[in-house]
Design a protein around this ligand. Structure first.
Ligand SMILES: NC(=O)c1ccc[n+]([C@@H]2O[C@H](COP(=O)([O-])OP(=O)(O)OC[C@H]3O[C@@H](n4cnc5c(N)ncnc54)[C@H](OP(=O)(O)O)[C@@H]3O)[C@@H](O)[C@H]2O)c1
Length: 231
């Protein structure tokens, strides 16, 4: 990856999250100048004005933005039976509305220069999981949002894609959810969970000069889990 993002100015949203940190590391290793939005400590990005202001200030500070990666999200587990509208809205707002706000804010600063926007979706955007009815719906809509943005913003030279990870390691996951980790390892053709860097590498590839004819694409990064039969 060395040098692949050399000279690029990249904004990573959700940069203090497990995957976000991996995205930042891989862009830095690839030579990018990375600006971070580290979650609630820097502002709630469900707020459209706050989102636009952050992007504008970042672009003004660096002179431009070449790429944005949005890794903001929440993943609470709740059955549909008994789910309240407030619980539904929290997941839709964080996983989908923030993405819309980031796309619009990115376009505002990339309109003259072009650029790349990548949102972190999930394999659950195409295949549901129990207790994630709100999350799967948000990620499915996110994948379609990116395709719509690719269609409408392509003429401005702005590409928009999603990266859909499978289960990614985080500290303590094996202790907190041993049966989930074990069944993932059993079913996955490559026999392991993803690392934040696996997702970061996909984001660097899409944003880099290697990805300049790729837009409206959902890049699945799941160690082959999607090939695994469910029966
Ligand atoms: N981990 C996985 O196995 C996995 C698999 C597939 C897809 N994904 C997706 O990948 C993305 C990152 O996941 P992760 O595991 O890294 O999650 P994480 O560690 O919980 O990080 C989520 C990030 O989103 C930020 N965020 C949440 N609400 C926000 C808001 N209202 N305004 C601004 N920032 C906000 C968080 O900031 P705070 O810390 O301040 O809340 C944090 O930086 C998510 O979209 C997730 O759905 C994860």
């Amino acid at each position: 990856m060395n040098g692949l993002a050399s000279g690029m100015i990249v904004l990573v949203v959700g940069a203090n999250g497990g995957i976000g940190e991996g995205v930042v590391r891989q862009f830095e290793q690839a030579g990018a100048d990375v600006i971070t939005h580290a979650g609630h400590s820097e502002g709630d990005l469900t707020d459209e004005q706050a989102c636009r202001a952050f992007f504008q200030e970042a672009a003004a500070r660096k002179g431009r933005l070449d790429a944005v990666v949005n890794s903001a999200g929440v993943q609470p587990v709740r059955q549909l039976d008994g789910m309240t509208a407030a619980q539904w809205r929290e997941v839709i707002d964080t996983n989908l509305t923030i993405a819309f706000n980031c796309t619009q804010a990115a376009v505002q600063v990339m309109r003259e220069t072009g650029g790349s926007v990548t949102h972190i979706a999930s394999i659950e955007g195409t295949r549901p999981a129990r207790g994630h009815g709100h999350y799967s719906a948000a990620k499915a809509a996110l994948i379609m949002h990116a395709r719509s943005a690719a269609l409408e913003y392509g003429p401005l030279g702005i590409r928009c894609n999603t990266v859909s990870p499978g289960l990614v390691e985080r500290p303590g996951i094996a202790e907190q959810w041993p049966e989930g980790v074990a069944s993932w390892q059993r079913a996955s053709p490559l026999g392991r969970l993803g690392k934040p860097e696996d997702v970061g590498n996909a984001c660097v590839f899409l944003a880099s000069p290697m990805g300049t004819w790729i837009t409206g694409h959902d890049l699945v990064v799941d160690g082959g889990m999607s090939t695994s039969p469910a029966w």
